[in-house]
Design a binder for this molecule. Sequence first.
Ligand code: XUL
Ligand code: CO
Length: 441
Amino acid sequence: MKKKSASFFTTPAIAFEGPQSANALAFKHYNPAEIIDGKTMAEHMRFSIAYWHAFRGTGSDPFGPGTIIRPWEAGKDPVAVALKRMDAAFEFFTKIGAPFWCFHDRDIAPEGKSLAESNKILDKVVAHAKELQKATGVKLLWGTANLFSNPRFMCGAATNPDAHVFAYAAAQIKKALEVTLELGGENYVFWGGREGYETLLNTNLKREQAHLAAMLRMAADYAKEIGFKGQFLIEPKPKEPTTHQYDFDCATCIGFLRTYGLEKIFKFNIETNHATLAGHTFQHEIEVAAAAGMLGSIDANTGNLLLGWDTDQFNTDVKELTLAMTSIIKAGGLGTGGFNFDAKLRRPSVDADDLFHAHIGGMDAYALAFKIARKILAEGKFEQFVKERYSSFDTGFGKEIETKKTNFRELEKVALSLGEPTLKSGKQEYLENLLNTYLHG
Ligand code: XUL
Ligand code: CO
């Protein structure tokens, strides 16, 4: 990193020290320089820091204000603070060794009194971010627009019943696309914010969904016009803030995108906590996206399954991540996507080094899961089991079902001649034990 006069963190740069290290501020499993299959672990993992949690999160919750005090927040001029905060962020990205970052427009720059003024402030902060990217080599994984915090978006942005708000949101996305392009963003994310509803007493669901599709179509047209070649990603979430979010889960979004002919433009940014809020596992959402050829990127976090809301915690559950990683590797990886830590510190985690512990834990857990998943896939025991389980569809009438060469009359003949099918065990307990041998020896 280019020498800065002020340093905001006393924690030194985090190094890989291996599993035997007793140093809590070191990586045990994530060795960014380790080469696997001709690529470094840094290239495989493509870790990213979420600006909104790491640099705008204060620990506040609905019951009380923030607890976390950061030195870079001191100062009266919000634009000067935004620039200083950006310095702190890039110091952190560099020290933790994250090759990427992600942001919402309003995370990095305060809003002005008008849209024009907001755009001007944003340009100023983006110019600074561009310099810091150049100085550090840290790149932008994705940008997005915050279309949910400002009161004007209280009833949604693209799905707002007021066309004026729709136009405002369109203008904000337009600008966010421009600055994402300016910073070389490899993707652009659409999380549904308040695109949903509380009650059908005041809502025209069909019109709102058509408006959402119109917004996405115009965004794609504009991206093409300005030469933005990054991948468009939809981030599904079933609820919160609205009761019924339109982008419920991957399956719902696939139906929506196909209805409006948008399926070739989008892939998915899958967030673990959103998957579980939808009543799915993280791996389920990955498999649904991958089956449609739409696996794009990951918002790496987890929820608290005892609670019904989006707690955005750092994920250290190696078993869950190993299962997810097997599906990601089998799908051919994330392409231009990465693992973005859309995760926040707990309210009492007020020390400066807590931000390091949190990200070290997440990065180590993902790296370990990646290695275990590769071993599982290299040995192929689960894949072989699944292959054999479906082998009756590889030949004969099974193959004819898959190749659409049979019909009910033919299959009735088969059933009459073969009689009762024999019961074949699904072997779930055996497979769960087998999984544990990879996790725990
Ligand atoms: C909200 C959420 C967002 C998106 C980006 O639950 O995950 O931070 O990732 O808008
Ligand atoms: Co997210």
